[in-house]
Write a protein that binds this ligand. Sequence first.
Ligand code: PLP
Length: 401
Amino acid sequence: MDYTYAPGRNHLFVPGPVNIPEQVLRAMNRNNEDYRSPAIPALTKTLLEDVKKIFKTISGTPFLIPTTGTGAWESALTNTLSPGDRIVSFVIGQFSLLWVDQQKRLGFDVDVVESDWGRAADLDVLESKIAADTAHTIKAICIVHNETATGVTNNLASVRKILDEYQHPALFLVDGVSSICALDFRMDEWGVDVALTGSQKALSLPTGLGIVCASPKAIAASESAKSVRVFFDWKDYLKFYKMGTYWPYTPSIQLLYGLKAALDLIFEEGLDNVIARHTRLGTATRLAVEAWGLKNCTQKEEWFSDTVTAVVVPSYIDSSEVVRRGWKRYNLSLGLGLNKVAGKVFRIGHLGNLNDVPATAGVSCRGRDGAEGCGLPCEAGKWSGCCLCIPAEQHPNDSFK
Ligand code: PLP
C-alpha cells in the first residue's frame, strides 16, 4: 500500500459522491429480496410518487434506472431523439463537455455554444438561434443546470422564457445531477421535458441509481424517436408499470430502501428547507473563500452555485497540491480541478445531507497562519492555525506517506 489514511474520519467534500447519513446506511443494511414479491412493487410505487416531488412535477413520469448520471444522460437523449437531429448544447465546464461528447457519439447534430469556464451558458446566443430557427430544425436544448466543475448554476427559467417567446417546440433536456434536491428546480413550472439526477449527489445515497423524469411531451417523443436503445428504453419500464410489477430487470433492493430513507429525510426537513440550507452553506463557503483572499471560479454572483464552490488558487501554485495535502494531512477529500481548470482550482462540495458544523470542517483546513507551505497567500503574522500551509517537515501527519 503506498498510502495510509490520516487519523480521523474521512471528511468527504468532493461534490459527489457525498456522505451517506446513518439512517440511509441502516435502511440499506439488509439482505436481498425477491423483487417479484408483493413488497418491492409496493415500495417502487411509493418511490415513483415520491421522486416526483423532488422534481416538482405532477405530470412527469419518473424512471429509476440502475445506472449513474452518464447513463441517465443517455436515457434522456436516446428515448427522445433520432440520429441526425439538431440539438443546441452548452459547454461551460467538464460535465457539460462530457455530455456534448456523448451527444456527438450518439449521432446527433450538435450545435455547441461555448462559454469561458467560470461563466454560465450564453443565453443570448440561444435566443438568436431560436429566433432564426423558424423552420424548427432544432429538436432539443440540452443544458446542465449546475456545472459541477466550475460551480456555475444556469438560469433555466430564462431558457424556458426564450422558447416560449418564439413559440419554439424544441424539447428542453436538463442535467440536474448536482442540483436536484439541493437547488431550486421546478420541472413543471419551467416546462422541462426531461430532467435527471444521480443518487450519489444531493440525495446522499451510494452511486448506482439514475433518476430520470419525463414530461408527457417527452413520453410522446419517445414513441417516434429512432435512436437505438435497449437497457435504457422507457417503453420496457412503461410496460412493467402497467403490469404493476415495475421492473424490466433486477433492481438493487438495497438502493431502493436507501432511496426511501433518503426521501423520508428530505420530506421530514421539507424540500424548501433543504434548498434554503444549501443556500446558507453555499453562502458560508463563499464567505470563507473570500476571507482567505481567494477568488471564486464563478465569474458573476448570479451564477454562484450553492452545491459546489470552485476556488481559484494563485497562478504560482498547483491546486492539486492543496487537494493532496488536505487528503494526506487531514483525511479531507476536496475536488480536483478538471480539464481546462486542472491545477488552477480546487472544489469544495457542500451538498447533500450536511449541516453547518461539518461544512465548517470542510473549510477549516485553510485557517490563518503566518507559516509558509501550501503557497496560498496568507499575510504573515495576521493569521494563525492554517492547516494546509504548515511546511511538510513540521507537519506531524506528513509521516503518512
Ligand atoms: N452531470 C454532472 C453535472 C455531474 O456533476 C456528473 C458527475 O459528477 C455527471 C453528470 C456524471 O455523473 P456520473 O459520474 O454519475 O455518471
